[in-house]
Design a protein around this ligand. Structure first.
Ligand SMILES: Nc1ncnc2c1ncn2[C@@H]1O[C@H](COP(=O)(O)OP(=O)(O)OP(=O)(O)O)[C@@H](O)[C@H]1O
Ligand SMILES: [Mg+2]
Length: 219
């Protein structure tokens, strides 16, 4: 079983959106997947309450994360995606320590780039090397390139998949879906798939991209 933690001390950076899109795509890819929601706001858990299909979403306190992960492993999970709260040092640290892959969503915007230092410092304390995922990025803008250079200049690693600002991400979650379910042929779905396939490669999970999705086996 592998654990991917989506962490950022900055609020509204796209953590929950990315966590849920990864988890649904993983389920569609044939991986037994669960989401652990460490955020007391419980956005991911409430999203899970509005759907019947997997992945299961469970709310937990960070101090019990290891027990939750052990239970998921005992139940045959292949992948657990951990969604976290902003401004939660201790919880973020525990999630980082438990993770095989740490993703730090960051909007390519000045205040977000400034704020990311706090999360990168936490990862140093956890002795883990995270990947920054540029999130909510405007389409066709120089901002992505500028943000990437800024982050690389500070020694951060950047995931090769950019999550752009697309209505499908926010629209799909309204009724408990994600973009791969809401608009499977759309660009948001394609990005979610690309991010999942890359993340699975990083942690050594073999995921099957279903035939018919963009970039799938039929292409
Ligand atoms: N790629 C995207 N395109 C369009 N809208 C997005 C995208 N990512 C996130 N959003 C929207 O931005 C807002 C914040 O996103 P989200 O809740 O995922 O961030 P978060 O980091 O989990 O926030 P918090 O820190 O409060 O937990 C939401 O309204 C969400 O629908
Ligand atoms: Mg959130």
């Amino acid at each position: 079983m592998k654990t991917i933690a989506v962490i950022s001390q900055k609020g509204g950076s796209g953590k929950t959106t990315i966590a849920l899109h990864l988890a649904v795509a993983a389920t569609e890819a044939g991986l037994a997947t669960a989401v652990v929601d460490l955020d007391p706001q419980a956005s991911a858990t409430k999203w899970g309450d509005t759907r019947e299909q997997p992945p299961d979403v469970v709310s937990a306190q960070a101090e019990r994360l290891q027990e939750m992960l052990d239970a998921a492993r005992d139940n045959g999970a292949d992948l657990v995606v951990v969604d976290t709260a902003p401004n939660a040092d201790r919880a973020s640290l525990l999630a980082m320590r438990a993770a095989d892959l740490i993703l730090i969503p960051c909007r390519p915007a000045r205040f977000d780039l400034e704020a990311i230092a706090a999360t990168l410092e936490l990862s140093e304390i956890a002795r883990k090397e995270p990947f920054v995922v540029l999130s909510c990025a405007p389409v066709r803008s120089a901002l992505v390139g500028e943000a990437s250079s800024d982050l690389e200049g500070r020694g951060a690693r950047i995931a090769p998949v950019v999550i752009h600002q697309r209505v499908a991400y926010s629209h799909a979650v309204i009724d408990g879906r994600t973009a791969t379910e809401f608009e499977p042929e759309g660009k948001a779905a394609e990005e979610a798939w690309d991010l999942l396939m890359w993340a699975c490669g990083r942690v050594g999970l073999s995921a099957r991209r279903p035939v018919g999705t963009v970039g799938g086996d039929d292409e």
